[in-house]
Design a protein. Structure first.
Length: 205
């Protein structure tokens, strides 16, 4: 008797105004299955890398036509060197390292319900009032071309360090959505859920 195992990974992103609780964006993300499979293998084999490390933000996922229609690019999930279309900011979300000092609002939580075939990773990231440091004062941009008018978010996994001590990363998921401006007058909370579900099928040899 051989047991075959298949795996489904999906994600959900919810962006809210931290102060008011207003939901700004609620959308699904796309998984980079090649990089994700490699990350899972490295993590399960205890190689010290493959874990979720950074959340990246960019403004290259959409454009506005002459008639005012927003055109969205497809998530960038092919090729090991895939990345955001135009990354403009990033933040460490790995709450096990000393660089992340605010683990109350920037953390990862694993949850599992007994007898269910899935587990969730909730990655929470708060962009506080002063992040990024050179943002606009108010969320009143008239176009989507600003560096911090975000329309794409990705998760980056840790792949060790280079010769200079910098952390190498690979994109494991990517979402493109309607533009959201981060400005000095607002805090933005990102709740990024990755659900890992296993499916079994018993077959007789």
């Amino acid at each position: 008797m051989e047991q075959q195992l298949s795996m489904n990974i999906q994600g959900l992103i919810k962006i809210t105004d931290y102060k008011t609780g207003e939901i700004i964006c609620d959308t699904h993300n796309a998984i980079h299955y090649e990089n994700m499979s490699e990350a899972i293998a490295y993590t399960l084999s205890n190689r010290g890398y493959g874990s979720i490390y950074r959340m990246a933000f960019g403004n290259g996922g959409s454009s506005v036509s002459e008639t005012g229609i927003i055109i969205y690019l497809p998530p960038n999930i092919m090729g090991q060197n895939a990345g955001l279309y135009n990354q403009t900011y990033q933040k460490i979300v790995d709450d096990t390292i000393s660089l992340n000092t605010d683990t109350s609002r920037n953390r990862m939580t694993v949850s599992h319900v007994s007898n269910k075939l899935y587990s969730d990773i909730l990655i929470q990231c708060l962009l506080d009032y002063g992040e990024p440091s050179d943002q606009a004062a108010f969320d009143n941009a008239t176009n989507s071309e600003g560096s911090y008018v975000f329309d794409e978010i990705g998760l980056l996994a840790n792949y060790g360090t280079d010769s200079l001590g910098f952390t190498n990363t690979k994109l494991i998921s990517h979402a493109v959505f309607h533009p959201v401006q981060k400005s000095l007058n607002r805090q933005i909370q990102i709740d990024y859920t990755i659900r890992i579900q296993t499916l079994t099928n018993m077959v007789t040899i």
